[in-house]
Design a protein around this ligand. Structure first.
Ligand code: S3P
Length: 432
């Protein structure tokens, strides 16, 4: 139940280095765990969410060394080498841990039980239970609504072609991981393309993947190779500082080593359309480990105009909507965020949380079932707001506080920031 008090930033300049990518950190741990041999991962994100995945893999017999805070040496146990866990697997606040590990566990020859915190207990799991069941898995959730915990009784699986009603990388990755253990190939088709890290990195581990439009096919595997890779920084974490530097007068900031995978750069497209000045400098980075492009982002302050965010762009910026809503609040004109109903089932109901907090900062906001209508204004008024236990709401409003006028703002219940970005406050302290 921590509280952060923030006054207007003093200056925004120099460099900032966001932590390693969260989505990639989960994925490389899981795939390295079932590879034959030792994988070394650097710039790993040691956030609580990723530590849940790490702990669960350890509970299944995987030795994971920590030569440094952001380095992991994973001693893969081989494709069929996981041991039955002796106790429940704790997924904390992490939807990614729960959905991806459920895919891995569905095809093992043992039982497991995946539990989570109060927020995770409210999140929809039917979206994976249904297709995993089609593959022959025995997975059941804690209640009729399909919420956690998840009871998994591992067994032989068969490949299916699943057309998902939601664009979700967690659903897709869950099924691709299960597909590695299935008989026959597994295809997932999405209504719009979600982040493609799993299918991008699987070939580095030796798995066979085909991609056609919004469909991804994985072939069953017998064994995987280990990998050595440095992960790029997380663009979702960088986004807080992109918006801060854009809206703080006279700012110039170089944000180093940011992953710029095109399925993750929706926020850059939105902000450029609004008038932001963000340059990508890829020159310091020669190769692309794991096929993931990266660059430094050079951000200079700019005045923004309103925009509409919707359609296929939403999955490309889904985690950045909270900070984009802050940008929209300080843009000229009325911005519309639509087709973003997924925000209602994130770590909190982010549509409601954004509307509540923005109103406290004197912004006129209309809440819609699938988004928000935000009337931009010249300045935000400092206020006392709440994170609703959601790390991205907490961080977005710390940035709002750095931009707000008059007095200091407070954001209550900020402990959740540790789930994705434990170094956030240290970077913020550069600007205070
Ligand atoms: C993630 C996918 C997204 C995203 C989440 C991380 C992933 O969730 O919001 O923070 O690593 O696959 P959905 O798949 O539910 O859209």
């Amino acid at each position: 139940m921590e509280l952060i008090e923030i006054a207007k930033a003093r200056s925004v300049s120099g460099t900032a280095v966001p932590s390693g990518d969260k989505s990639l950190s989960h994925r490389v741990l899981i795939l390295s765990a079932i590879a034959d041999g030792v994988s070394t991962i650097t710039n790993f994100l040691p956030s609580e969410d990723c530590l849940c995945t790490e702990r669960a893999l350890r509970q299944m017999g995987v030795r994971i060394e920590r030569p440094g805070r952001t380095t992991r040496r994973v001693h893969g146990v081989g494709f069929r080498g996981l041991h039955p866990p002796q106790t429940d697997l704790w997924m904390g606040n992490s939807g990614t841990s729960m959905r991806l590990l459920a895919g891995l566990l569905a095809g093992q020859n043992f039982k497991s039980l995946l539990k989570g915190d109060e927020s995770l207990q409210k999140r929809p799991m039917k979206r994976i239970v249904l297709p995993l069941t089609m593959m022959g898995a025995e997975v059941s959730s804690g209640n009729k609504q399909g919420n956690p915990p998840l009871y998994i009784s591992g067994r032989s699986l068969r490949g299916v072609h699943y057309t998902s009603p939601v664009a979700s990388a967690q659903v897709k990755s869950c099924l691709l991981l299960a597909g590695l253990y299935a008989e026959g190939k597994t295809t997932v088709t999405e209504p719009a393309k979600s982040r493609d890290h799993t299918e991008r990195i699987l070939p580095a581990y030796g798995a066979e993947v085909e991609i056609e439009g919004n469909s991804v096919t994985v072939h069953p595997a017998q064994s995987l190779h280990p990998v050595n890779a440095e992960l790029p920084g997380d663009i979702s974490s960088a986004a807080y500082f992109i918006v801060l530097a854009t809206l703080f007068p006279g700012a110039q900031l170089r944000i180093k080593n940011v992953g710029v995978n095109p399925t993750r750069t929706g926020a850059l497209d939105v902000l450029s359309r609004m008038g932001a000045n963000v340059e990508i400098d890829s020159s310091p980075y020669g190769e692309q480990p794991l096929g993931e492009p990266r660059g430094d982002l050079i951000v200079r302050s700019a005045s923004l105009s309103a925009t509409t965010i919707g359609g296929d762009e939403i999955p490309r910026c889904i985690d950045e909507i909270p900070i984009l809503a802050i940008a929209a609040s300080l843009a000229r004109g009325t911005s519309v965020i639509k087709n973003a109903q997924e925000l209602r089932v994130k770590e909190c109901d982010r549509i409601k949380a954004l509307a509540t907090n923005l109103r406290k900062m004197a912004v006129a906001v209309q809440e819609k079932e699938d988004g928000l209508i935000i009337q931009g204004r010249h300045a935000l008024t400092a206020a006392n707001v709440h994170s609703f236990g959601d790390h991205r709401i907490a961080m977005a409003f710390v940035i709002a506080g750095l931009l707000a006028e008059r007095a200091a703002s407070t954001v209550a219940n900020t402990a959740c920031i540790k789930t994705s970005f434990p170094d956030f406050e240290e970077i913020v302290s550069q600007f205070r």
